[in-house]
Structure formats: structure tokens, C-alpha cells
Design a protein around this ligand. Structure first.
Ligand SMILES: [Zn+2]
Ligand SMILES: [Zn+2]
Length: 93
């Protein structure tokens, strides 16, 4: 590997137009590296988690569409609900 770049490194290509081209970033859900080839934008090669306001890879985007939401967030809620049910069942509430 040649030059190693920090994840999230970005280049401001046209400050006047307010467009930021991400050269390389990581998926907010699975930490997969998302590479943006020259001439492409992040939107071409990745999805966007509206919930966390961060880029996600296409497989995670597909999963999010299927789950109708942010998968890590839904999992967190599920765990919280399971804990609540346990607390109620155990008479802790
Ligand atoms: Zn991912
Ligand atoms: Zn998310």
C-alpha cells in the first residue's frame, strides 16, 4: 500500500460551490472502507444514514432500506426493549 490516508480524509474541491468530495471514508455501520474514485461522488458509491448523518456502504444501505431505518440504532432499541421486558419480568420496575 502506498500513501496511507486517515479515514475520513476529505478534499474540498470547490469551496464556492460548497461541494466536498470524499476521497475515502468508512461505513458508519460496518466500518468498511468506502473509496470514491475520481470523478465520482460519495453519493455514487455509498449510501447515507440520515439518522446518524454519516456515510454507509451500499450493502448497509440496502439493509437499512429493508429494516426501514438505521440498523445499529434499531438493534440498540431492541436491546433496550429486551432489557425493559426483563426488568418487568423480574419485578424490578
Ligand atoms: Zn457498511
Ligand atoms: Zn446508521
Amino acid at each position: 500500500m502506498g500513501l496511507r490516508r486517515k479515514a475520513g480524509y476529505s478534499i474540498l474541491v470547490d469551496p464556492d460551490a460548497g461541494t466536498t468530495e470524499w476521497d475515502r471514508t468508512t461505513c458508519g455501520h460496518c466500518n468498511a472502507v468506502i473509496r470514491v474514485p475520481g470523478g465520482k461522488t460519495l453519493a455514487d458509491v455509498a449510501g447515507w444514514c440520515w439518522f446518524e448523518q454519516r456515510a454507509i456502504c451500499l450493502p448497509c444501505k440496502a439493509a437499512a432500506v429493508k429494516a426501514k431505518g438505521c440498523v445499529p440504532f434499531l438493534k440498540k432499541i431492541e436491546r433496550q426493549e429486551a432489557r425493559e421486558r426483563f426488568r418487568v419480568a423480574a419485578g424490578l420496575n
